[in-house]
Design a protein around this ligand. Sequence first.
Ligand code: NAP
Length: 245
Amino acid sequence: MQTATQRIALITGANKGIGFEISRQLGQTGHLALLGARDSARGKAAEATLKKEGLDVRFMRIDLNDPATIKAAADAIEAEYGRLDVLVNNAGIADPNADGPPSKANINAVRRIFDTNFSGTLAVIQAMLPLLRKSSSARVVNVSSELGSLARNSAPEWEFAHVKLIGYNASKAALNMLTVQLAAELKDAGIKVNSANPGFTATDLNGHTGYQTIPQGAAEAVRLSVLPDDGPTGGYFTAGRTEPW
Ligand code: NAP
């Protein structure tokens, strides 16, 4: 049951992996978690699982590549809640088979990855911004990756130096640019915007090769979703530490 003081969070790509766990953890801290998912059956299944755990959650159909679903979700949030307090832009894709180093990556795969990870996220932000402006202390968290760090990509000794996926890595670097520009634009509106790097986490995205658990991967995005009013904005963080751009 939604109350006047309960914070409302929208999480994209919430039907599985890190987004599902971010939703669970925000639900456990008392949020109403709106579970964005592009597939209704998968979204409803996630909703049923978290409801069984006693959490206040609701499936909302959002496909980052389908503007009509984004608008319909914004309209529904406006009609039913009148505001949005937290937006976690978690949905994302990778395609390590077709993506690759600049000399080899399939250009259509690169376009597809950018369409989701960058343009789709920007579209969600633009649609939700009027609702975030109605919150007294809104938070936007862009789920990035250390693979999006120009500094890390330039360092030959870096642990992931061999992962040169121009589509994926550049889409997360572009997402980081969105964090910086949006944070600057919203500085005086009381809306904090930050990039979270989950760390290498065992999910479908990487065939479960990551060495962190999903709760560990969700933790940084959750921390940035509940930042106090004197917390940072325009930052890029891994486990509470600043990540180099
Ligand atoms: P995942 O298990 O593959 O989950 C990705 C989620 O995004 C799924 O719910 C998926 O929905 C959704 N999604 C994909 N395209 C979408 C679209 N067009 N519209 C709406 N939803 C869409 O991957 P994950 O590891 O949890 O990844 C979550 C985020 O963390 C991503 O942004 C990823 O880049 C980032 N990240 C992950 C790691 C890691 O090691 N796992 C590290 C750094 C960053 P479907 O189920 O319908 O496909």
